[in-house]
Each structure stands twice: as structure tokens, then as C-alpha cells.
Ligand binder design. Sequence first.
Ligand SMILES: *Cc1c(COP(=O)(O)O)cnc(C)c1O
Length: 345
Amino acid sequence: MSIDLRSDTVTRPTPAMLDAMVGAQLGDDVLGDDPTVHRLQARVAELLGAEAALFTPSGTMANLLAVRSQCEAGDEIIIHSGGHIVNYETAGFAAIAGVSSRTIESPDGLFEPRDVERLMRPVESHFARSRMVVLENTHNTGGGTVWPMDRLAAVCARAAELGLVRHLDGARLWNACVASGHAPAEFARHFDTVSVCFSKGLGAPVGSALAGPRETIERAHRLRKMLGGSMRQAGLLAAAALHAIEHHFERLRDDHANARLLAEAAAASAGLRCDAGRVRTNIVYFDVDLPGGADGFVRRLADAGVRMLALGGGRVRAVTHLGVDRAGAERAAEAIGRCAAELAG
Ligand SMILES: *Cc1c(COP(=O)(O)O)cnc(C)c1O
């Protein structure tokens, strides 16, 4: 079997998770009576210290609901240039919410209060209305970066003073919590809304949630229906997410240790460049300076039974998850070194 490190979305439900799904109490969530969905939403709201939460089919939808329920057409969001919302969500914020974006550049996905100040539009009839700031924690394209709490708090405090709504794309907030020792609510309390994914490192097959004030979540609920995202016996999926929260949260630290192992293997390989010291969660990026480039390296790895993603610009991404144990990570680390040596000739 190949070791699949393309993403932490590739996990299959464990036997215990499947048992939880089969045993779930179900109802019709569109009619509002699926008890397992209610239980999941209450649990997520509790974990994030929010008034309410809404189960969604994807993180993309949770983020879109956050934007669409809190911005008007013609508003503008302030976000990092590598942010998921502005790169990997088919510009739904523009197409469906009618919102534009102003972006901040930085190597790690983090920024400062002054960056938000700088991108604020003057309140004047020529300009879009600056309306929302989006932070991503962990930051995917920044390298699985964890926002330091004081910096996150400072950015959010300044954004609030400037009258901006604050949204956290917390697809991997669980990883940020395990890496930093902070509880989800400690990060979440600085935001109006927070999205979280169950189908990344937590290992559920499907699903995300949006949490926030009751009134915002009621708007999001209506919009979810409009977008075709309401699901009937969704308790099947909610049961998997509940199981994932209870059983797969703490084990994310194993994924982080495995990612570090892969990063160190890349850093030690001639022809590969990796700043292993920056890897704190489950995402590893490295650069390939070998004949055939990133594509050639990833093909060679695939032949050796290890799958990673070749990105543009000579970069490769590997993401660890519950489908890859320590022995698998050791095999992948060994394959990185061996394939690099072969290609270097
Ligand atoms: C994966 C991801 C999402 C949501 O993705 P879906 O595939 O729609 O669930 C949102 N934000 C970030 C940072 C992600 O990595």
C-alpha cells in the first residue's frame, strides 16, 4: 500500500468511527430533528465558546457562509495572499457574496496590526467598504504555521477598533491547539466567526462547521439551504465528526512529530531544501533542485510507494495524518533521501 501524504483529507474512517456512524440516532436535519447533528453543533459551539454552530458539507461552504452572512455586495475582505478563501474556493466570496479582497504578503501567512491599518479603505464614496479581516490558523500555504496568541490578539483587537468583522479559517485549528497548548476557545474568542474542519487531520469522511453568534448562525443556516448544502440524515456524518473530536484530537501531536521527521529527511538530502525548524504542525514544504524538478521527484517517490503533491515553482508538499503511522513516516523519510540521492546521480 502506498503512503499517501498528498493531504490530510485522504483518511478513511476507522472501524471505531464506522461503528459510531452505524449506531448514530438519525432524523431529518432539514426538518430540524436530527439529534446527532444537534449534538455535534452543541459540542462545537461549546469547544469554541460560541453561542451556536452549524454543520456544513465542506470548509469551503463554512467560509462562504461566514463571508456572505456578514458582508454585503461591494464590501472588501482583508486576507493573506496565500489564504485558502482567495485561492482554493473558486472565488465564491466574489461570485456568490459579491465581495472583493485586498491581500497581505508575508512568507509564513501571518501579519501585523499595521498591515490591516494599511489596507483599510477610506470611508469615501469612491471606495469599497472594508468589512472583514480573515486569519487562517494553522496557515496552510504559510507552512502549517501557528499564530502566536499575542500577535493574533493584537491583529484582532486592532481590526475590531477599525470596525472590521473578524473571521478565523480554522480548518486546522485543532492542529494549532495541539501545537501551542491553547484550547480552541482561547483562539476563537478573538473572532466573530470561526470555521473548523472535521475531514482534515481529525479524520472524519465529510464535514465542517461554522460557529459564531446565534443571529449570524441563523443567517448562515438560511444561506446553507439556499446553496443546497442542507442534508437530511446528516447524523451519519455528524457521528463521525463527534467521534473524531473525542478520539483523534490529541493524537494530532503524532502527526506533528511525523511531519518533523519528513522535514528533517528533506533538509538532510542533497538537492532538497527544507527549513525543518519551521515545521510545527502537520504540513511540510520543501524545494527541489534536482533534474526533473518537483514533478520528477514526486514521480520517483510514487514509484517508491510514497505520494506527495508537486506544486508550482519547484515545491513539494507532504501532509501527515492518522492514516500514516510512525513506521509509515519512517518509510517515507527513507524514500525521500533515497529518491533524492538517485536523482542527484
Ligand atoms: C481544506 C481547507 C479548507 C476547506 O476545504 P474543504 O475541502 O472545502 O473542506 C478551508 N481552509 C483551509 C485553510 C483549508 O486547508
